[in-house]
Design a protein around this ligand. Structure first.
Ligand SMILES: [Zn+2]
Ligand SMILES: [Zn+2]
Length: 233
C-alpha cells in the first residue's frame, strides 16, 4: 500500500515544509531586511545530509561586527555567521579569518573578474580581458534610527553596446543598475599595453586610474571608493 504524505514522521514533515523554496529559489524561511535589503531569517543548509541539524540563522549586513578602533564594520557581514547568497542560491559561511583583512582607514578592495574568451561566441572574442564589473565599496550610516555604519556598494556592469575599438585602443562603458548619473569608462591601450579607468558624474570626470597591469589598474580604480553623492546599496 503506498504511503501517503501524512504518514511521514513529524520531524521529516517539518523539514520538508521549512526546506521549501520560493519560485525564485530563495528559501521560504528568509525575508528581506528592511534596512539593508539582504536576506535574513532561518533556513536549511544546501546539503540535505545537513538538514537533521535544523535550520541555521542567516544574518544580514546590519549584524556586522564594528571595529573598536575606527567604528566601521570589520567585514561586510558578521564574522563566523552564515549568509544567503542570492546569486549562487547558497548558504555561505563567513570565516572569522576574513576579519584580518580589515585595516582602519584603508580602502576596501574588491578586484573584478575578467570577461573570459569562451563566455559568448559573438562578444567574448573582442571583449575578453575587460572587467565584468567594477565595484566601489564604501561605509555609510544605516537607514534606520541607529544610523550605525554599514557597508554599501556601487556596481558598474559592462555594457557591450558601448564597446569601441580603434587602431590603438579598445574602450567600453560600465553602468550602474541603480538610478545614477555616475558611470565608468574602461580603456585598454594596445601598444604599450595599459589599462585606464575613468569615472564620471554626468559629463564631469571625477577620477582616473591607470597602470600597465590589469590588477594594478583595477586596484587603483576601486581604491577611490564611493563619492559622497554616488548612489550605492
Ligand atoms: Zn539588514
Ligand atoms: Zn578599524
Amino acid at each position: 500500500m503506498p504511503k501517503r504524505n501524512n504518514d511521514l514522521p513529524p520531524d521529516i514533515k517539518k523539514i520538508a515544509i521549512q526546506a521549501g523554496r520560493r519560485k525564485n529559489g530563495v528559501p521560504k524561511g528568509l525575508t528581506h531586511c528592511r534596512v539593508c535589503g539582504d536576506w535574513k531569517g532561518r533556513c536549511f543548509w544546501n546539503n540535505p545530509l545537513d538538514w537533521h541539524k535544523g535550520p541555521t540563522p542567516i544574518t544580514c549586513r546590519c549584524d556586522a561586527n564594528l571595529c573598536h578602533k575606527c567604528g566601521e564594520p570589520i567585514y561586510e557581514y558578521r564574522l563566523g555567521s552564515n549568509i544567503y547568497d542570492e546569486a549562487s542560491q547558497q548558504v555561505l559561511h563567513v570565516a572569522g579569518m576574513v576579519g584580518m583583512m580589515h585595516a582602519c582607514g584603508k580602502p576596501r578592495i574588491a578586484l573584478p573578474y575578467q570577461i573570459e574568451a569562451d563566455w559568448d561566441k559573438k562578444y567574448a572574442p573582442v571583449l575578453a580581458g575587460f572587467p565584468v564589473e567594477l565595484v566601489y565599496v564604501g561605509v555609510r550610516p544605516r537607514k534606520d534610527r541607529s544610523r550605525k555604519p554599514i557597508i554599501v556598494r556601487a556596481r558598474y556592469v559592462f555594457h557591450p553596446g558601448s564597446f569601441l575599438e580603434a587602431s590603438k585602443s579598445k574602450r567600453m562603458h560600465y553602468r550602474s543598475r541603480l538610478a545614477s548619473d555616475f558611470y565608468v569608462e574602461v580603456i585598454f591601450y594596445k601598444v604599450p599595453e595599459r589599462w585606464e579607468t575613468l569615472k564620471f558624474r554626468g559629463a564631469e570626470l571625477i577620477a582616473v586610474a591607470s597602470a600597465a597591469s590589469f590588477e594594478e589598474a583595477m586596484t587603483n580604480s576601486v581604491a577611490i571608493a564611493l563619492h559622497p553623492d554616488e548612489p550605492a546599496s
